[in-house]
Ligand binder design. Structure first.
Ligand code: DGY
Length: 426
């Protein structure tokens, strides 16, 4: 039994601190990950505000010239992870000083920076650093709408399941069938040496992950071409909900920092995307669904990605329906919020994003629902999240039926979210 207390969580953050960035966990993920870092910064701020800003600054120091912020920064050599820097090969192709991956991840940075500033004991002391970061985050948001919404539909597409953060979600299964596997270079997975293979994506999924990486690499990582050239182009409501929240929060922060153009641009992006999100609502499932941008069809898969827009400010009827959806799911499992609907025959309680509960997702949903006035649902999520630590320790993710700890252990963002939940901010 592990106590979900501040001291235990802080110890994990310190253990995974590499000076100017944190690793998600020792062994399995030995570099800096994009959304891990930004969410971890919230927990770090409770220990050391200056260090929390550094975490996000280190990530943005590796922003690409086109504005993209990569999902991994390979600060060190470590052959314990696959696919490593040599597979992505971005440094030689783009002339980067430090190798990175070539895809992005859910844009939580705008939200995280705004929250750091809102809570800071001395915001004036961090204002200059926040201004620089606000400019960089604005460039990233601009990149999304330029490169991932080239026809100006208002929502952005992901081109690789890893970009969603929800790597092997059932959401991607049908679209993924279009991704071939022929011709990929032979490889050895490393993740299954650190974590139970039954909790990880399958070999068939890895082959397709790799095909996409090799395809994009063969096009020189040119983001003006990748969107139209990818056989996998999915509009994920969760990803877009996060982007909407980050645009809105960045706009508010920019107002306070006296950056009116950044404020206006991001307010406009959030408003347009919120309107466009309506097209992803599915009354039958009582939640949002992904849209396959290649076929133009909604994907009939009731995952937590369709509940995650609760993190953004939505029309009240939508927030209320999502709160009701969480309450209904809570009736089917011991621990909310499962990453997929347990009533779906494809639900798999311990396999990564096909069923397990993730504390970061719980935090984002609870934060939005609380702001929208759904206090009891938010509180249930918070309570379940802390109970998971008691039963399973600071794991990467958990089985929703019995709290089985899965994936990597002593996980950084899980610890950061515990610090957040203990503040009762979400
Ligand atoms: C992995 O390697 O499992 C990551 O989720 C990809 O970023």
């Amino acid at each position: 039994m592990t106590r979900p207390d501040y001291a235990a969580a802080a110890e994990i953050l310190r253990e995974n601190d590499r000076g100017a960035y944190t690793v998600p966990t020792k062994g399995l993920y030995p570099f800096q990950w994009n959304w891990d870092s930004c969410l971890t910064a919230l927990g770090l701020a409770a220990l050391d505000e200056d260090r929390a800003f550094t975490e996000i600054e280190t990530l943005f120091a590796h922003q690409w010239p086109d504005g993209m912020v990569p999902h991994i920064v390979f600060h060190v050599d470590d052959d314990g992870y696959f696919p490593g820097a040599d597979v992505w090969n971005t440094a030689p192709i783009l002339g980067l000083a430090t190798p990175t991956s070539g895809i992005t991840q859910p844009p939580v940075a705008g939200f995280a920076l705004a929250r750091l500033m809102q809570r800071s004991a001395d915001p004036a002391a961090f204002a200059d650093r926040a201004r620089v970061l606000a400019g960089a985050i604005d460039r990233w948001h601009d990149w999304f709408f330029r490169c991932r919404d080239p026809e100006g539909q208002g929502l952005v597409a992901i081109l690789h399941p890893w970009e969603s953060g929800r790597d092997n979600s059932i959401d991607w299964d049908t679209a993924f069938e279009r991704v071939p596997t022929d011709g990929i270079a032979p490889y050895t997975r490393r993740d299954t040496q650190h974590a139970d293979p039954e909790h990880r994506p399958t070999k068939d999924q890895y082959d397709r992950y790799l095909w996409l990486v090799e395809h994009f690499r063969s096009m020189g990582w040119d983001n003006t071409r990748l969107h139209d050239a990818s056989p996998f182009r999915v509009v994920d409501p969760g990803f877009n909900g996060i982007l909407i929240r980050s645009c809105a929060d960045l706009a508010e922060l920019a107002d306070r920092l006296d950056l009116p153009e950044i404020a206006a641009r991001n307010r406009d992006r959030a408003a347009r995307a919120t309107t466009a999100l309506e097209a992803l609502w599915d009354e039958g499932h009582g939640q949002y669904l992904c849209l396959d941008r290649v076929t133009g069809d909604l994907i009939g898969s009731a995952s937590v990605g369709g509940i995650l827009p609760a993190f953004a400010t939505l029309p009240p009827a939508r927030s209320a329906a999502l709160a009701a959806r969480v309450d209904a799911l809570a009736g089917q499992v011991q621990f909310t919020v499962p990453s997929h609907d347990p009533a779906d025959p494809r639900f798999d309680p311990l396999r990564y994003w096909r069923g397990p509960v993730w504390l970061i997702v719980n935090y984002l949903i609870a934060d939005g629902l609380r702001a929208a006035g759904h206090e009891s649902t938010a509180e249930r999520i918070r309570h379940d999240s802390l109970r998971l630590i008691t039963t399973g320790g600071f794991a990467e993710y958990y089985g929703p039926r019995d709290g089985t700890p899965c994936g990597g252990g002593r996980f950084t963002w899980t610890a950061a979210m515990v610090i957040e939940f203990l503040r009762k901010a979400a």
